[in-house]
Design a binder for this molecule. Structure first.
Ligand SMILES: *Cc1c(COP(=O)(O)O)cnc(C)c1O
Length: 389
């Protein structure tokens, strides 16, 4: 029976028959796994990629495997690989595909630590080139014979450019170039990279999947061809998710549908309200019809999550903006996002863009719409704006 995403979120990965009927699996804390015979040991070690038998804690506890199975199912992947953070999911996947002498293309709008890792790869003789996130099918002109991997993120971190994923994926596929996309913002619920031609989908499960700001975890969802190199990369790097975190991530998935729809609604309400405030020059939210990537977003995504940015009018001194931010009571000043709490952080992308320059003239604030009462959130912002700006 083919199940709809909301149903998969509630059921995927569950294995009560393997845990005495308990719906939720016990947390397996362990390193050593005992084999019943030498033959079983040899079988387990002979095929670490398929791992049909448990071999060692680092190769994935039952909690980790159940989380991997759930994510693969949700995104229509062949299999998934769990890592200890979203960033390690990115670095593990990138290392699976590039070697010295290769050419690597990275969208200019990616999460800054992804970019920093690209810079590290340059030390190993990998040529890294950044491209305008709006390049679309024009990516074909950037592909060289030695191009191995194209790294995407849509919308882009902090600046929210939407990429023409099907066009980029198709151009890369024609040239045999692997594509990976950071899908953390949309979650498996609102965007399906593999169904749009992408080979590898990345999640920081730290964000909406776990959903309560209480753990760090990453996942790499792979199409069939990408799975072996990614799993091998994870094994060789010693990458592994932790059982407690995989347990929390799987529990988080069960309510992701409910939470994400509410985050979506809260963010849309705040974005519309902010658009009318005199202090705001521009709201960067792809679900607004004023957004440059709105048509692409509408074509490819099933919804929008709770993270977006605003550009302030270019008239405020930094000290006033700082005072405004520090005056907020409900919007915490902290990184990461995807938990139940609202957050607001100042961001300056102008220092690290290289393919195109960051064009906004006013200060950029990134907002995570939490699950507090929407009128309380608006009151908090309007009080801090009125007092300081
Ligand atoms: C937070 C984030 C990551 C990194 O996730 P961690 O779990 O904190 O390592 C990667 N990509 C995006 C888009 C993120 O927002």
């Amino acid at each position: 029976m083919s199940l709809r995403p909301e149903t998969e979120l509630v059921r995927a990965g569950e294995a009560p028959s393997q845990h005495g009927g308990y719906l939720n699996s016990p947390v397996y804390n362990g390193s050593t796994v005992l084999y019943r015979s030498v033959a079983e040991m040899e079988a387990a070690l002979s095929d670490p990629l398929k791992r049909s038998l448990p071999a060692y804690g680092r190769f994935g506890s039952p909690n980790v495997r159940e989380f991997e199975a759930a994510l693969a199912k949700l995104e229509g992947g062949h299999a998934a690989v769990c890592t200890n953070s979203g960033l390690s999911a990115i670095t593990t996947a990138m290392l699976a595909f590039v070697s010295g002498g290769d050419h690597l293309l990275i969208s200019d709008s990616v999460y800054l630590p992804t970019r920093s890792f690209g810079d590290s790869l340059a030390r190993f003789g990998i040529r890294v080139e950044y491209f305008d996130p709006r390049i679309g099918g024009g990516i074909a002109e950037k592909i060289r014979p030695e191009t191995r991997l194209v790294v995407l993120e849509s919308p882009g971190s902090n600046t929210f450019e939407i990429q023409d994923v099907p066009a980029i994926a198709a151009a890369c596929r024609r040239r045999g170039v692997t594509t990976m996309l950071d899908n953390t913002w949309a979650t498996p619920l609102f965007f399906s990279p593999l169904r749009h031609g992408i080979d590898v989908s990345i999640h920081s499960a730290t964000k909406y999947i776990t959903g309560h700001s209480d753990s760090l975890l990453g996942a790499i969802v792979c199409g069939e061809k990408a799975y072996e190199p990614v799993r091998r990369s994870a094994i060789r790097l010693g990458q592994c998710g932790n059982s407690d975190d995989a347990y929390l991530a799987l529990r988080g998935l069960r309510t992701l549908g409910l939470r994400l729809r509410q985050h979506q609604e809260q963010a849309l309400a705040l974005a519309a309200w902010l658009q009318d405030r005199r202090e705001i020059r521009e709201v960067l939210h792809p679900a607004l019809s004023s957004h440059a990537g709105h048509e692409l977003w509408k074509r490819d995504f099933r919804g929008s999550s709770g993270l977006f940015s605003v550009v302030l009018q270019p008239v405020y001194e930094t000290s006033r903006i700082t005072a405004m931010i520090e005056d907020l009571k409900l919007f915490g000043l902290g990184h990461s996002w995807g938990g139940v709490e609202s957050l607001l952080v100042p961001i300056d992308p102008s220092g690290y863009r290289s393919a195109e320059s960051w064009r906004a003239s006013g200060a950029l604030l990134r907002i995570h719409a939490g699950l507090e009462n929407i009128d309380d959130l608006k009151s908090d912002l309007s009080r801090a704006f009125d007092k300081n700006l």
